[in-house]
Ligand binder design. Structure first.
Ligand code: UN1
Length: 510
């Protein structure tokens, strides 16, 4: 049925199919029995085939075989594959963005931004393919050279979440590939078509550059497939993005087999708004970071800690901006807030708002479900602003929905203490015109997060820096800077060209 204000399911399914085929995905991939849904209406887009846990072993076997060739392929030649992937992503930016919008519910601009992030990491990884530097250090022995070499690590398993259905895979994959590692990808159950589209582009790049076919494999499937990757002894690095609860299960299982893991878990990201802050800037930064992506980024701003001299005005202005946000079909021009991913997300949000009220909070605006009459199976909500009397239990928790809690402070020390008094440590920011305050926030006794910003919000990090966080965020780092080291193994080499055999530390053995 046609729903005024929301597209109909047949139209969405047709758009998904066209985008997927344009990316080069095989039509046979759509002949499965597992429904792929869109949060825009709750309707079905297509049916896909899931792998079973038993197939994971075969996939890992194929990846191990590909590794034998790939690890000795010169890194700049590996870079050529990633360069081709970047070109194809640029060519099919809109196709892939359509799939991301339809499956994750992102606005067209945000979905294109996600694909741009993929193109960016490809560019960075191509450059890295001619770097991957080891160091040389002075040996204490004459006629000796001491150095380190970075070698490919092995098979990388990537488990990704619905909210960045393709970018997170690309951060891992572009870097892993130049580092010489084959990748097996288990995406979120909620976003199979986006992953089929992205994987099809990489398959094309592999064919175009003559790289080994199985340096990239996609396994759609449920929890059992993810678990089989976690437990497989030949998966050298398991990179997982998702909830802290998931990470708590994954980490000990991978560590138990002495595998490596890289975790990108939740966040309870906050901004401190100081008395000197430019409030225009702060309001815009807060609205994008708190309400954008319908509050479903791991970097979403979930707390604002504002000085008592500005908190009332700030809340008023943020609430006024919230009331103008267009909520609805994220593929329509002008809409800024799309749907939540599904019913459980909506229930969690409602429960959090109830708890916040019980804990003394006051809902300033938002929290109401909208468009229910048009699409009973879709979950659109007005982003909420909640004033809290203190940092109560619900405020310390991550709720993956557009709720921002506002607290007041008097002294910066108190604000920083509140800021850090949550289990997660992903992203953070301070809005201030006072340089000393900004430096204090970035210092060792300031924000305890992996990402700390000044005068911008918590979300929307660029790929050039290392991305990730501390504490219950899991400690992993992906993307830029030296995050590539997680995908390689280091060998320390001592080369003796002296013709003698002096022992280190002055040891005599004769
Ligand atoms: C995520 O939400 O899982 O910093 C990743 C950002 C994006 C990545 C978010 N570049 O908001």
């Amino acid at each position: 049925a046609t729903r005024p204000g929301l597209p109909d399911d047949t139209d969405l399914a047709a758009r998904a199919r066209a985008a997927l085929l344009a990316c080069g995905a095989d039509e046979a991939a759509l002949a499965g029995d597992q429904p792929a849904r869109t949060p825009i209406t709750g309707g079905e887009l297509a049916r896909v085939t899931w792998a079973t846990a038993a197939e994971v072993d075969d996939a890992v076997g194929r990846a191990v075989e590909a590794f034998a060739t790939w690890r000795t392929t010169p890194a700049p030649v590996r870079g050529a594959l990633v360069k081709r992937l970047g070109e194809l992503l640029a060519e099919h930016k809109d196709d892939l963005a359509v799939l991301v919008s339809l499956e994750a519910g992102k606005t067209t601009s945000e979905a294109r931004g996600e694909v741009q992030e993929m193109i960016d990491i490809c560019d960075l990884a191509v450059g890295m393919s001619r770097q991957l530097y080891g160091r040389t250090m002075p040996s204490e022995r004459p006629g000796h050279r001491l150095m380190e070499t970075w070698h490919p690590l092995g098979v990388v398993g990537v488990i990704s979440a619905f909210n960045f259905p393709v970018a997170v895979w690309s951060w891992n994959t572009a870097v892993a590939l130049v580092c010489g590692d084959p990748v097996i990808w288990k995406p979120s159950e909620a976003t199979p078509l986006s992953s089929l589209g992205a994987a099809a582009l990489l398959d094309r790049a592999i064919a175009d550059t003559g790289a080994p076919q199985h340096v990239s494999q996609l396994l759609l499937g449920g929890r059992d497939v993810g678990e089989a990757l976690v437990d497989h002894p030949d998966v050298a690095l398991l990179s997982a993005t998702g909830s802290t609860r998931m990470g708590r299960e994954v980490a000990p299982r991978v560590a138990g087999r002495f595998g490596r893991y890289l975790l990108e878990l939740g966040g309870n990201n906050a901004a401190i708004v100081a008395p000197s802050a430019d409030l225009d800037l702060a309001v815009r930064g807060i609205v994008f970071a708190a309400a954008g992506t319908a509050g479903q980024r791991c970097t979403t701003m979930r707390r604002v800690i504002a000085h008592s001299s500005v908190v009332d005005e700030l809340v008023e202005r943020v609430a006024a901006a919230y009331r103008t946000l267009a909520i609805g079909d994220p593929t329509t021009d002008g809409v800024l807030v799309g749907p939540l991913i599904g019913a459980p997300a909506y229930e969690t949000m409602t429960a959090a708002l109830t708890a916040a009220t019980e804990q003394g909070g006051q809902i300033v605006c938002g929290g109401t479900r909208v468009l229910e009459d048009l699409a009973p199976d879709a979950y659109y909500v007005e982003p909420a602003v909640v004033r809290m009397p203190g940092q109560t239990a619900i405020v310390r928790q991550e709720t993956f929905a557009p709720i921002v809690y506002v607290l007041a402070y008097e002294e910066l020390d108190e604000a920083i203490a509140l800021h850090n008094a949550v289990p997660h440590g992903l992203s953070s920011s301070i809005f201030t015109a006072d340089q000393a305050e900004a430096e204090r926030f970035l210092a060792a006794d300031g924000s305890d997060c992996g990402i700390s910003n000044v005068n911008i919000g918590t979300s929307g990090a660029e790929i050039g820096g290392a991305f990730g966080g501390e504490k219950e965020t899991g400690g992993g780092r992906e993307s830029g800077s030296d995050a590539w080291k997680a995908y390689m193994r280091r060998a320390t080499n001592t080369v003796n060209y002296s013709g003698e055999l002096p022992l280190a530390q002055g040891v005599e053995f004769a």
